[in-house]
Design a protein around this ligand. Structure first.
Ligand SMILES: *[C@@H]1O[C@H](CO)[C@@H](O)[C@H](O)[C@H]1NC(C)=O
Ligand SMILES: *[C@@H]1O[C@H](CO)[C@@H](O)[C@H](O)[C@H]1NC(C)=O
Ligand SMILES: *[C@@H]1O[C@H](CO)[C@@H](O)[C@H](O)[C@H]1NC(C)=O
Length: 451
C-alpha cells in the first residue's frame, strides 16, 4: 500500500517503547522524568500510539508477533471549535452547517456499485470483496438545519467545465478522488491519460464531454519530505518551509485544489526549517528534541496554502482542505472484528479523540488565515469539515474486506483490517456531496459579484 516504507524494526521499537511509557502513565503519577518525552507531549503520544501501531501494519506485511494495546479508555472530551460557517452565511444567504447532524436511513442507496465503477482501488471495493452486510450503503447525512442534496453529476461537471481539479495528499485524498470519479462516471466516464510512480501515485484523467482534468498527486506532507525507506533513513525528513515540488511545480495548471493530509504526520520524523533541525517526533536514539507533530502539521499546511497564494498569475483558484478523517479501530488490528460496527453512531454517542480534534482544528485555523490573505487576490479557501460526520460512520470501513473473501475458509486466527480508509461506495461519497455544495455556493457568489 505504501511501498516506499519497508523497515519494520524502527517502528516496532518505537511502539514497544511507547507502550512501556503508556503503562507507566497508567500505573500512576509519571515517575520517570528522565524519559525523553516531556509532560506536555504526553497527550499527543497517547493518541499517536494506536494509529502509529496501525500504520506499522499498513506499511509492512504483518509479522503477527505482537498484539497492540487498545487505546486508553479515559479519553478527555475536547471542545470542538466551530468552523467558519459565518463566511458561508455571508456568501450564500442560506446558512447551512453541514458539520453537525445525523445519519438517517435512505433506501435509495448509492449511485454506483463495486462493478459499475471500474476505478475503485481493490482494497476499498468492499462489495466485490464479498462484504456480506450492505446496510452501510443505505444512509444519508442529514445536517441539522438543512438538507444535503444527493450528488448531481451533471451539476458538478457543469461547474468544473474546462478546469483542472487536483487532489493532493495521502491515501485519504486518493480515497476521496476515487469516490468522485465513481460519482461522475455515471454521467460521463473519465479517461486515464497519465500515470506515474509506484502504486499509481500520480494519475490524471480527462472527462472529454466537459474538458475537465482530474488528477491526484501523492504528497502526504504537502511539503518537501524524504520518506523513510529500506535503503535510507528509518524516519521521514520533512522540510516544513518548502512545498513539495512534485505538485508545487504544477500548481499553476490547477484551478480547484483539494488538499487532504494528516495520518502520515504520526510517523517517526525529523523536521527541518531553513535547513536547521527544528526537532523530531519518535526519535529516541537521535540527539534532537521531541516536539510532537501538531506544530509541524500546522507549519506544513501553512507552507502549502501560502505557496498557492503566492502563484499570483491572476487565476481565481479554489482551494479546499478536507479535514482529518478519524479511524475506527476498536480491538486488535489483526483479529476479525477490528472495526465491527454495522450501524452509524448516534449524535453525541462517541466523543472525538483529542488527536482528531487537534488535527481538525489546526486545519480550520490555517484555512481561516489563508482565507483572509487570499480574498484580496481572488482566491477562495474552504474546509471540507468531515471529521465529525465521518467519526459517526464506524461501519463504513473495509475492515477485513480490504482483501477478497477473507472468511472463505472460515475465520482465520489473524486477519488484517483496514479501519482507516472507506469502502466505495460508502460514507466518503458524502464528502463529495458537500464539496459540490461548496462549489455551488461559490458559483452563486461569483454570479452575484459579476465575476
Ligand atoms: C451495479 O450497477 C449496475 C448498473 O447500475 C447494475 O446493472 C448491476 O446489477 C449492479 N450490481 C450489483 C451487484 O448491484
Ligand atoms: C480545457 O481545459 C483546460 C484546463 O484544464 C484549459 O486550459 C483549456 O483552455 C480548455 N480547452 C478549451 C477548448 O476550453
Ligand atoms: C547532543 O547535542 C548536544 C548539543 O548540541 C551536544 O552537546 C552533545 O554532545 C550531543 N550528544 C550526542 C550524543 O551527540
Amino acid at each position: 500500500m505504501f511501498p516506499s516504507l519497508k523497515s519494520p524494526k524502527a517502528l516496532t521499537a518505537h511502539t514497544k517503547r511507547e507502550n512501556k511509557s503508556k503503562r507507566e502513565m497508567g500505573a500512576g503519577p509519571l515517575k520517570d522524568q528522565t524519559h525523553f518525552l516531556t509532560k506536555r507531549l504526553l497527550p499527543c503520544v497517547i493518541y499517536a500510539l494506536l494509529p502509529l501501531a496501525l500504520f506499522r501494519f499498513y506499511f509492512y506485511p504483518p509479522s503477527f508477533n505482537e498484539s497492540l494495546e487498545k487505546a486508553p479508555q479515559d479519553k478527555p472530551i475536547i471542545v470542538i471549535k466551530p468552523s467558519s460557517k459565518a463566511t458561508n452565511e455571508k456568501f450564500s444567504g442560506i446558512p447551512c452547517d453541514y458539520t453537525s447532524g445525523k445519519w438517517v436511513r435512505d433506501m435509495l442507496g448509492p449511485r454506483y456499485n463495486g462493478t459499475s465503477c471500474t476505478t475503485i482501488k481493490d482494497g476499498q471495493n468492499c462489495m466485490s470483496h464479498g462484504r456480506p452486510d450492505l446496510g452501510y450503503l443505505y444512509w444519508r447525512w442529514k445536517p441539522k438545519g438543512c438538507n444535503l442534496p444527493r450528488f448531481e453529476p451533471s451539476t458538478f461537471l457543469r461547474i468544473v467545465e474546462n478546469k483542472h481539479l487536483a487532489f493532493v495528499g495521502d491515501s485519504m485524498a486518493r480515497n476521496q478522488l476515487e469516490s468522485l470519479l465513481c460519482l461522475l462516471s455515471e454521467a460521463s466516464p473519465p479517461h486515464l491519460v497519465y500515470r506515474d510512480g509506484e502504486e499509481n501515485k500520480f494519475r490524471r484523467w480527462h472527462i472529454s464531454s466537459h474538458n475537465i482534468t482530474v488528477s491526484i498527486y501523492w504528497s502526504p506532507f504537502l511539503v518537501k519530505g524524504i520518506e523513510k525507506s529500506a535503503s535510507g533513513f528509518n524516519h521521514n525528513r520533512l522540510y516544513v518551509d518548502l512545498v513539495d515540488d512534485r505538485w508545487g511545480s504544477e500548481m499553476g495548471q490547477m484551478d480547484v485544489i483539494v488538499l487532504s493530509i494528516g495520518h502520515w504526520f504520526l510517523h517517526p520524523a525529523v523536521y527541518l526549517e531553513k535547513d536547521l533541525v527544528l526537532g523530531c517526533h519518535f526519535c529516541p536514539n537521535m540527539n534532537h528534541t521531541e516536539i510532537g507533530f501538531y506544530q509541524v502539521f500546522r507549519k506544513s499546511l501553512r507552507t502549502a496554502l501560502k505557496a498557492i497564494s503566492d502563484v499570483q498569475d491572476g487565476k481565481k483558484r479554489q482551494i479546499i482542505v478536507t479535514t482529518f478523517s478519524p479511524s475506527h479501530f476498536e480491538g486488535d488490528w489483526d483479529k476479525a472484528g477490528a472495526c465491527p460496527k454495522k450501524m452509524p453512531s448516534k449524535e453525541g454517542e462517541k466523543a472525538m479523540e483529542s488527536m482528531d480534534v487537534e488535527m481538525r482544528n489546526i486545519e480550520i485555523e490555517e484555512v481561516e488565515v489563508a482565507m483572509k490573505n487570499g480574498a484580496q487576490i481572488g482566491l477562495q479557501f474552504e474546509t471540507l469539515d468531515i471529521t465529525k460526520l465521518s467519526l459517526m460512520r464506524p461501519d463504513g470501513h473495509p475492515g477485513p474486506y480490504m482483501y477478497p473473501f477473507p472468511f472463505a475458509h472460515g475465520v482465520p486466527e489473524r486477519v488484517q483490517n483496514d479501519c482507516v480508509h472507506w469502502c466505495l461506495p460508502g460514507p466518503i461519497d458524502t464528502w463529495n456531496e458537500i464539496l459540490l455544495e461548496v462549489m455551488k455556493r461559490w458559483e452563486v457568489q461569483a454570479n452575484r459579484d459579476g465575476l
